[in-house]
Write a new protein. Structure first.
Lengths: 608, 691
């Protein structure tokens, strides 16, 4: 029996691990620090993409370049931060207290150039312990077009972003004004960018202060021990979760829609997955995929690795801490010059955080159902419709002041699992429902457009024993001046797939209903030039179904009919459930006997 | 003798606190009787009367003011048992309550069922009408269609109606017309219009508060009428006041019109007790109030004597539950209380909560079927709770059962039973620390510079190590800690708030528009002030608030205006300066010279009520006091210690007790950790100094 000492350092012995109580307490503190940083960015951010879409993440990275703690960060952002801190040490070997670095280099470890990352090294008595990372998707980064998702970018030059390969932006806690001025000259709505920069720096400095307190409180020895133990703990949890799966090797696939001339036939993404249950290890091989394309769709090393990892972690226990420890059990194999691998300069990776990433995630989520019923998920919404597009124009109400902003009005359906129906609000697989939504009133106050409708659509979920989340419909248009909406949608041809007998969702669409009565249907890479009175009508995807719809409990179908997620016709046609009563009297019920006989005859028919 | 009474009806217990004219507070407790609230209230009053040595009837007859707090409305929301309510919204936007703000916890968890909206989609009806952001009519109200829809609600047996249209805050004509149609076609169905209840921008919180308010009307109106009638029958002739979520009280007639104000009103009273106690003991006015219950730990905050408010209060979970939408006392709750269950995860880590044994089956030591180790079991194992003296000896506990369930996990951890129990208490404490840090640091408050006021039956078990960890040098644990919310009722004022939306940028300030907003708000406050004056209230104060943001910032920040009106550029400068300061305090940055956008405005009327004087407690006057007995208790850094147990009533003023020691009060237990000091104050409370 070990004896507990009277202070923390006495609780730390040279060869022993921290006791499980102290380990839990220190991990809790780390989590609290990340959360405080996260709240700081969220509530002080200027652009919707940060303040509403939460498209930012805060992380604590060790001096040995291991991601240690991330709280509730956007998963796609987190891994790769260790590559960025390595780059900091390489380019600024003499970094010191008071320094801050700005990095958005897609060729080294950043997710894509729109994600500006602030790195602040944290010292205790002269020793470098941690680096705090705050990564946030900027509303604009000075691209040649007013979008940060520039699918048509032939290369990094046409994309036009300012690239900062780990550049010093603060020394002695003061800005390097040269860098600030460069950004302000090039980035659209510069005060918005500067406000977001302040939010990120503020959060990083708060994280720095708290970490210094943390080291002071527990002492250097305990902190070193904590880092080692916490990463090992995370690894152990991951190993356990993998060992609970059956071993197996399978190929997971999903298809992205064609995009004009860049991928005229669409693109099928393959992931070779090997689950080694005995050794508690999963390998995802993404090498058997096409080369980089001359468009902004290429992934970066960080997003290729993380999209595969994120999907695998979703299929394990969601309570596992996500850090470099858990990552030791998941190998993602990439190759150079691959569209879902390591990009070759100067290929553009402008859209590296959504489209191909979404495709990998959907492929793997559904791929895991090859292990059998109970594993994996169906696929979720992959249509980044106009409701999440970037709008720009001039506002007559503000004397013609220009605006550019990404909207978050659509929802999209989440995937179903063996146990639960898909939720609302997927937005896309990579953002896993973390995204907040715009208030319609706030949008209309800020931007000169009028929204006609935002709703969840009936019969839009892929049917199944568990159904997908519903698709959303958004209709809006400019009031007096013209407006440009840019988005790169997907999900218009290839749809979220159902699994194990579950049905697929419906394709999305995006149409301009012009005031003169004409209609224009947009393809995946949509540039919607809208005139006053025009209406943009956009529908995204529901999630796919999981399992046979005939196995869905009649009371769930009844609730879906009452709640207008599924029509009565569909209840009979797809689910074989006969509903009686009327919505007018609010007395809908299931005709149990007829339902049982309809279901029985249909099942017999399929078996014979 | 004249008395005042404060009642807090919780889910399990009804607390009654009687104050006599010297300011002595006496607590009575009884089980809540949900079917006839008065019956439980009456037994709790009997209990308090017995402690005072007086007849309950005579107390009731000699009481001038009774304040009543209830969890009834909160429970109705949490258990979806409010009225069958229909929601009428602008055509095209039926999913405002379904989608909420978006967002969820646990990024990688896709295995969650989507929670139902507060009003089902099947009872949500779309009305053809549309106002734009400047208040212009884009499409007129289709009166014929609206009439048909309202009439179609009757066969559905709808009991209440909520109406929330886009931009009704800029032009309420459509909502008002629909209100008239409801009165015409369904004259007996109560309804709420969003622009009247909560005129703020953002359709989700406004619609949510409207739906909640309407759904509570039938239930709460019946409740208050019945309760008042029972009180009158029992001979009560004084004022009947009700606690509200904004940390004030209102006359029952005012609350009946807006029952949403009673939601979460119980915990909203706790900070008032905190201020009263801390001020009486001259402990300053930066106060953190914590309340440890059976399943949750609630924290609220007072900075420079001002209670911290929020517009982001959720029931049934942040983001996925139901948003109150109104400005209310900011109360952070974490699932850590006496009933929280300890377990070991697959990585070998000791965890506590969020599952709780609650009251049923309860902790293992209750002997009522619980078989998992809880925080209370840990406290029994450590010797902090005496199995024969729990709740003043009214309930006996099973020590062996507690030891057995703790042993089950200590074996796996390779630690002793006592070490494990200490670990359970320490980890539960850690979650409490995190909740305190979240509410304080987010507001730029350093917990180390604040006084902690601890309430709740289980607060005394670990408040000293919590305070030590936060760097707080002092903790005040009131004698009445077991009924902190009810005590707060005695120190409350009548508070009334009115909000309005008006966009204005500091770049080009809209003096006329904002001054119109101020006069609208003032007109409402004037009317209330007049009605209160007619009831004999004479002392009034007003405060004004703005929700503002830097140009294009996504979220507004509310702060108190350093003035009573905005009339000239100097006032705008002062507003701007205050915004920069508050922003810097909360987010560590400010944008010098940045433009500020003001969104929502709020006025608050405070009508001062007479309060009980601060009593000089009747304490043991001899200078000698002895321990009642000595027990063996476990402390992490000392191991098993022979620990004296004192009975609170035996302790004279200013007596100092150096830990290890345990002090027992009828509704709470104070554990004085080794070398820490407990001092009895003039009010008979405990001032704890962690060491």
């Amino acid at each position: 029996m070990r004896k507990l000492g009277s202070n923390t350092n006495a609780r730390v012995q040279e060869d022993a691990n921290l006791d499980p109580v102290l380990l839990a307490i220190m991990a809790n503190r780390m989590d609290a620090i990340c959360r405080e940083m996260t709240n700081t960015v969220l509530f002080s951010a200027r652009s919707a993409v940060i303040g509403i879409a939460r498209d930012f993440s805060c992380a604590i990275i060790t001096a040995e370049d291991e991601v240690l703690s991330v709280a509730e960060a956007m998963p796609i952002h987190v891994f790769g931060m260790h590559l960025q801190t390595a780059s900091m040490s390489k380019h600024h070997p003499a970094f010191r207290e008071g320094d801050a670095f700005l990095d958005n280099d897609p060729y080294v470890g950043n997710s894509h150039s729109a994600d500006h990352t602030i790195l602040v090294p944290v010292f205790h008595k002269g020793e470098h312990f941690f680096t705090v990372g705050v990564k946030a998707h900027q509303a604009d980064i000075g691209n040649s077009q007013p979008t940060t998702y520039f699918a048509a970018a032939r290369d990094v030059y046409q994309e036009g972003a300012l690239i900062f390969p780990c550049v010093q932006v603060q020394r002695d806690f003061k800005n390097n004004e040269d860098i600030i001025r460069m950004c302000q000259r090039r980035i659209r709505v510069p005060e918005q960018w500067y406000g977001d920069y302040l939010a990120a720096i503020g959060a990083a400095r708060i994280g720095e202060r708290r970490l210094k307190d943390f080291i002071n409180k527990y002492g250097a020895k305990a902190v070193h021990k904590f880092i080692e133990n916490w990463l090992n703990y995370s690894e152990r949890r991951t190993t356990d979760a993998i060992q609970a799966l059956p071993s197996g090797q399978f190929v997971a696939e999903a298809e992205h829609d064609p995009i004009d001339k860049y991928i005229p036939l669409g693109l099928r993404i393959k992931a070779d997955i090997n689950i080694d249950s005995d050794n508690g290890k999963i390998t995802v091989d993404l090498t058997d995929n096409p080369d980089c394309v001359d468009a902004g769709l290429n992934l970066t090393q960080a997003t290729a690795t993380m999209s595969a990892t994120q999907a695998v972690l979703c299929c394990l226990d969601s309570d596992i801490p996500h850090n470099s420890g858990s990552l030791r059990r998941i190998d993602v194999i990439l190759r150079e010059n691959c569209i879902v691998g390591i990009p070759r300069f100067p290929h553009s990776c402008s859209v590296a955080t959504t489209n191909m990433t979404d495709t990998i995630i959907n492929a793997i989520l559904a791929g895991f159902t090859q292990l059998g019923d109970g594993y994996g998920f169906s696929q979720g919404n992959m249509c980044n419709g106009a409701g999440t597009g970037v709008c720009s124009g001039k506002d007559w109400r503000m004397g013609g002041a220009p605006y550019v902003n990404q909207m978050f009005m659509s929802a999209g359906g989440m995937p179903a699992s063996a146990q639960n129906d898909g939720m609302h609000g997927m937005v896309n697989p990579v953002s896993v429902g973390l995204v907040y939504r715009d208030s319609i009133e706030v949008n209309e106050q800020r931007f000169p457009f009028l929204v006609d409708c935002v709703r969840a659509l009936e019969d839009s979920c892929g049917a199944g024993r568990r159904r997908g989340g519903p698709a959303s419909e958004v209709i809006f248009g400019p009031r007096q001046d013209e407006m440009l909406v840019i988005n790169i949608s997907n999900g218009l041809i290839n749809v979220p797939q159902g699994v194990l007998g579950g049905m697929s969702a419906k394709p999305g669409f995006q149409i301009c209903l012009a005031s003169d009565g004409s209609r224009q249907v947009y393809s995946t890479d949509a540039y919607c030039h809208l005139m006053p009175g025009d209406r943009l009508h956009a529908v995204d995807n529901g999630g796919g179904g999981y399992g046979d719809p005939l196995d869905r409990e009649p009371e769930r179908v009844l609730s879906d009919v009452a709640e207008r997620y599924v029509s009565r016709e569909q209840a009979l046609k797809v689910y074989g459930v006969i509903i009686t009563g009327s919505g007018e009297l609010d007395d809908l019920a299931v005709d149990i006997q007829s339902t049982e006989s309809v279901r029985l005859s249909r099942k017999t028919a399929t078996q014979t | 003798m004249s008395y005042r009474i404060a009642v807090d009806t919780g889910g399990t217990f009804t607390d009654v606190v009687v104050a006599d004219e010297h300011g002595n507070l006496v607590v009575g407790k009884s089980l809540t009787t949900p079917n006839n609230v008065f019956s439980g209230m009456s037994s709790a009053l009997d209990n308090a009367a017995a402690n005072l040595g007086v007849e309950a009837d005579s107390i009731l007859k000699e009481t001038g003011v009774l304040t009543y707090g209830t969890t009834r409305s909160t429970n109705a929301i949490i258990t979806s048992s409010a009225a069958k309510t229909a929601l009428l919204v602008t055509k095209g936007f039926p999913d405002t309550l379904t989608y909420r703000h978006g967002g969820k916890r646990e990024p990688l968890n896709l295995k969650m069922e989507f929670p139902d909206p507060y009003i089902p989609r099947r009872l949500t009806e779309e009305i053809a009408e549309r106002i734009n952001s400047e208040g212009g009519v884009e499409s007129p109200l289709d009166v014929e269609l609206a009439s048909e829809i309202i009439q179609s609600l009757e066969p559905k047996r709808i009991e209440a109606i909520a109406v929330s249209f886009l931009w009704s805050i800029m032009n309420p004509s459509h909502e008002l017309q629909v209100g008239q149609l409801i009165e015409k076609f369904l004259p007996n169905v109560p309804y709420t219009l969003s622009h009247q209840l909560n005129p703020i921008i953002r359709e989700f919180p406004r619609t949510s508060s409207t739906a909640i308010d309407a759904s509570l009307k039938p239930l709460m109106q019946k409740h208050f009428i019945e309760l008042e009638s029972s009180l009158r029958t029992a001979g009560y002739e004084g004022e009947f006041l009700v606690s509200t979520s904004s940390g004030g009280i209102k006359h029952v007639t005012d609350v009946v019109e807006k029952p949403i104000f009673t939601v979460k009103s119980g915990p909203a009273m706790a900070p008032l007790a905190g201020i009263a106690y801390a001020e009486a003991e001259n402990l300053g006015n930066d106060i953190i109030i914590v309340d440890t219950g059976g399943t949750t730990f609630d924290v609220s905050l007072i900075r420079s004597g001002e209670i911290k408010y929020t517009r982001d209060t959720w029931l049934n979970g942040e983001w996925i539950g139901h948003n109150l939408g109104l400005s209310s006392v900011d109360i952070r709750s974490v699932g850590a209380g006496g009933g929280s269950i300890a377990w070991i995860d697959s990585g070998g880590l000791l965890r506590v909560g969020p599952d709780s044994a609650g009251a049923d089956p309860g902790p293992a030591c209750y002997g009522t079927g619980g078989n998992k180790p809880t925080v209370t079991d840990a406290a029994v194992v450590m010797g902090y709770i005496d199995p024969n003296h729990f709740l003043g000896g009214r309930m006996s506990l099973d020590t062996n059962a507690a030891a057995k369930v703790v042993e089950e996990i200590s074996d796996k951890l390779d630690m002793s039973t006592e070490e494990t129990a200490a670990g359970i208490l320490e980890i539960a404490g850690e979650q409490m620390i995190k909740a305190i840090q979240e509410i304080t640091v987010q507001d730029g408050v350093n917990p180390a510079e604040s006084i902690l006021v601890a309430g709740g039956g289980a607060a005394g078990l670990n408040i000293i190590p919590i305070a030590k960890s936060l760097g707080c040098s002092q903790v005040l644990l009131p004698k009445t800690a077991g009924a902190l919310s009810a005590c707060g009722g005695h120190y409350s004022n009548i508070v009334s708030e009115h909000s309005a939306s008006r966009y204005s940028s500091t770049e080009d300030f809209d003096f006329d528009g904002v001054s119109k907003i101020f006069s609208d708000i003032n007109a409402k406050l004037d009317a209330e002030q007049k009605s209160l004056q007619s009831r004999g209230v004479n002392s009034f104060d007003r405060e004004y608030f703005v929700e503002a943001r830097y140009l294009n910032q996504q979220w507004e920040m509310e702060f108190k205006l350093p003035m009573q009106a905005i009339e000239n550029p100097r006032d705008v400068e002062l507003l701007t300066e205050e915004f920069h300061n508050v922003h810097f305090r909360r987010y560590a940055v400010k944008e010098e010279g940045g433009t500020i956008e003001c969104i929502n405005w709020k006025g608050r009327l405070i009508a001062e009520m007479d309060k009980p004087p601060h009593a000089h407690a009747e304490l043991n006057t001899s200078s000698k006091f002895d321990a009642d007995r000595t027990v063996s208790a476990y402390f992490s850094d000392k191991g098993q210690c022979q620990t004296p147990v004192y009975v609170g009533a035996d302790l004279p003023e200013k007596s100092e007790i150096v830990g290890p020691a345990i002090i027992e009060e009828p509704t709470t237990t104070v554990v004085v950790y080794p070398d820490s000091i407990a001092q009895v104050t003039a009010g008979g409370h405990y001032l704890l100094t962690p060491k």
